[in-house]
Design a protein around this ligand. Structure first.
Ligand code: AHR
Length: 516
């Protein structure tokens, strides 16, 4: 494996380590349970972008790559194991260019399309509504459809909902039956547009609110299928967008989205696997900035919806690096290092904290695009690799549907070159339905191990077991020749004694513990 120059030695002190205690200390308040962590926080996103769909999820039935009815088998099996709860499709920016009727019926009759947003690639529409909804059924996850407001019509969107969810003797249900699917699918999550402030139509929030209200009027619930309607929300710091939509759309939506990418500078994103310690900490700083962003959107929503009926959905998030050299421009294919795993861990820890309002998050994206779970070989060799980010999602599985437990934490911090603080430890805890306590711990420091003592209040557990994700260097990653460089291992440095859990966290590590 070409680990390139692994320049993460620590001769250079980045910033001050601000000491607070010899050992980091925390108190877990298991007696003060918070909200349920919706499984949808672990949501995924699959856009017609690069090789996410074609070559990632879908290879077609005639492919030499092993497949189940056209779905790539290795990818399918890995996603099944991950218990993905919800999958968003068909975009992203692609959604507002997508006309669903081109993707139904016999494949040979489907017109091809030019993917205007992502490299101008020609697609044959062989993956359409049936292929997507059947995949969700096979994976046992909720589909989340993004409807086309930007270039679509109200009629087109209304007919799509009817096509997917009507079990009556209606024109669209008849068309669906002609195309081989008798029973309606269950579709809960429906996005009315995407990034309406940008690729989804370049609208103002006032104009979009009116568009939403118009489209929404004709999206009729079919039978007992009730749509959970999601408005196209803000880009990270655009609080005005949320405020206007809350006022003008209000309870006509059940959810409003927000997008937050971990990118320091859009015109200088940096490489996925070559970075300095300084860049590592600046990335974590940017990633942790999601907390004030989420908190502020939540506070705005509280003004008009104090009962928290409307959910905030972070339906796009993740790292965004330069595309890998030699890959197709516009396909957003990037590697994924231990740094990406750290970002995933920190972001999930933040989302857990806000689950009274944040009820769905969708990492961008599931295969081969941005901070993906899985990478497949772009040369078509049939190789697949699980990324460090996949392993974080897999280790965090017990958090799905568990009840959030607050924890007070005193930890050292590292001051970045931009003067902000990155805590050396990040934690999250929850109680699972069967009474186990699950604790996630991340040591963000590149060079210092950390001892942490957690006082356990309201916990009767007798045993602790866990797994750790770490590697020699934060730039380490998995590739097709070396797929297990960054992979979870058993963790033995956690001891339970007299109501205290003592843990020794190696540098740059993520640990998930289960207390029984
Ligand atoms: O995830 C890639 C793109 O990022 C999506 O298509 C768009 O919604 C966002 O700008």
């Amino acid at each position: 494996m070409t680990m390139k120059k692994q320049i993460l030695t620590f001769v250079v002190l980045l910033g001050t380590v601000c000491a607070s205690a010899d050992n980091a200390v925390a108190t877990l308040h298991a007696d003060q349970a918070g909200s349920k962590i919706n499984k949808e926080i672990y949501g995924q996103f699959a856009e017609h972008l690069g090789s996410c769909i074609y070559g990632g999820l879908w290879v077609g039935e005639d492919s030499p790559i092993p497949n189940i009815k056209g779905y790539r088998k290795d990818v399918f099996d890995a996603l099944k194991a991950l218990q993905i709860p919800v999958l968003r499709w068909p975009g992203g920016c692609f959604a507002d260019d997508y006309h669903w009727m081109d993707g139904i019926g016999p494949k040979k009759n489907r017109p091809s399309l030019r993917n205007n947003n992502w490299g101008g690639t020609i697609e044959d529409n062989s993956f359409g509504t049936h292929e997507f909804l059947n995949l969700c059924e096979m994976l046992g996850c909720e589909p989340y459809i993004s409807g086309n407001v930007g270039s679509g019509t109200v009629k087109e969107m209304a007919q799509w909902v009817e096509y997917m969810t009507s079990d009556g003797d209606t024109p669209m249900a008849r068309l669906r039956r002609q195309n081989g699917r008798d029973k309606a699918w269950k579709v809960k999550y429906f996005g009315i547009g995407n990034e309406a402030w940008g690729c989804g139509g370049n609208m103002t929030p006032e104009y979009y609110s009116n568009e939403y209200r118009k489209f929404n009027t004709y999206l009729r619930d079919q039978g007992d299928n009730k749509l959970f309607r999601i408005a196209s929300g803000a880009s990270d710091y655009d609080y005005d967008w949320t405020r206007v939509l809350m006022k003008n759309i209000g309870n006509r939506m059940q959810g409003i989205s927000v997008h937050y990418y971990t990118v320091k500078e859009w015109n200088k994103k940096g490489k996925a696997t070559i970075f300095t310690p300084e860049e590592y900490y600046l990335t974590l700083e940017k990633c942790l900035d999601v907390e004030p962003v989420v908190a502020k959107h939540c506070a705005i929503m509280d003004e008009t919806d104090p009962e928290k009926k409307i959910a905030l959905m972070v339906d796009e998030w993740g790292t965004w690096w330069d595309e890998e050299p030699g890959t197709i421009a516009g396909h957003l294919y990037q590697q994924n290092s231990l740094r990406d795993a750290m970002v995933a861990s920190l972001m999930l820890n933040v989302f857990h904290k806000y689950t009274d309002r944040v009820r769905m998050c969708n990492i961008a994206q599931v295969v081969n695009v941005l901070q993906s779970m899985i990478l497949t070989d772009q040369k078509g060799t049939g190789h697949m690799v699980l990324t460090p980010t996949y392993h974080v999602f897999e280790m965090y599985k017990p958090f799905q549907e568990a009840t959030y437990l607050p924890m007070d934490l005193t930890t050292d911090s590292i001051k970045t070159t931009e003067g902000k603080m990155v805590p050396m430890i990040s934690t999250s805890a929850a109680r699972t339905a069967d009474g186990q306590i699950v604790i996630a711990l991340a040591n963000t420091s590149l060079d210092k191990s950390q001892k942490l003592d957690i006082a356990l209040e309201g916990v009767t557990a007798k045993t602790v077991a866990g797994r750790i994700l770490t590697s020699k260097s934060a730039v380490d990653y998995n590739n097709f020749e070396h797929p297990n460089v960054v992979a979870p291992r058993e963790f033995k440095d956690a001891k339970l004694k007299k109501g205290t859990l003592s843990v020794k966290l190696p540098a740059k590590s993520i640990v998930v513990l289960t207390l029984k």
